[in-house]
Design a protein around this ligand. Structure first.
Ligand code: VGL
Ligand code: ZN
Length: 206
């Protein structure tokens, strides 16, 4: 469809089984996403891309445990195991992801002092990545999202895109969640409330 783009979120080795921040069954998104990539005229990928010692890493905080929360100047931040470090194999896309068609790869989380779950804004919800402007300038206003993780980077991206006025659909079977303390249910509720359509990839690609 004209004006539509597929946004593939963080399908990287560290979010797949065996990776540093493995999302359960994260590799299962690859097959449906490859089908979606074939079906879309415009494809954008995001890549979590942290410098060593990033402030979202538990290892950067004295006594900080992975998956606990800390207060940062921009708000609450979950601490994670070191993951998606710039230039490492863990930051590369899953080997079976057929991504060569992508027109843009947008990297995020590259500023040490702030994390960025969303493809559109860093975790202060105010500093833009530039993706919103890129898509609008190209007339790509209908967005389909898929990838990892449903309840973090996918949900934050979908919510921000809806807030920016894009028409947003998430292919839920082409996403997998981390699910920390009910975060998946909460993410689904928030996406629905924001007018995001939650559907299955088979509805979007034959
Ligand atoms: C993500 C936690 C930390 C994600 C990225 O891609 O959902 N989650 N960095
Ligand atoms: Zn990250």
């Amino acid at each position: 469809m004209t004006g539509s783009a597929l946004i593939v979120i963080d399908v990287q080795n560290d979010f797949c089984p065996g990776g540093a921040l493995a999302v359960p069954k994260g590799d299962e998104v690859v097959r449906p996403i490859n089908r979606l990539i074939q079906a879309f005229d415009h494809v954008v990928l995001t890549q979590d891309w942290h410098p060593k010692g990033h402030s979202s890493f538990a290892s950067s905080h004295k006594g900080g445990a992975a998956f606990s929360n800390v207060a940062m100047p921009y708000g609450e931040q979950t601490l994670w195991p070191d993951h998606c470090v710039q230039g490492t194999p863990g930051a590369e896309f899953h080997i079976e992801l057929v991504w060569s068609k992508a027109e843009l790869i947008i990297r995020k989380g590259f500023r040490s002092a702030i994390d960025s779950y969303s493809a559109f804004f860093e975790n202060d919800r105010a500093t833009p990545t530039g993706l919103g402007g890129y898509l609008k300038e190209r007339g790509l206003t209908r967005l389909v999202m898929a990838g990892l993780a449903t309840d973090f980077c996918v949900a934050y991206s979908a919510l921000d895109a809806a807030r920016l006025g894009f028409e947003v659909t998430v292919a839920m079977d082409a996403c997998r969640a981390i699910d920390l303390g009910g975060s998946l249910t909460s993410a689904e509720e928030q996406m629905r409330a924001a007018g995001v359509t939650l559907t299955q990839s088979t509805q979007l690609a034959a």
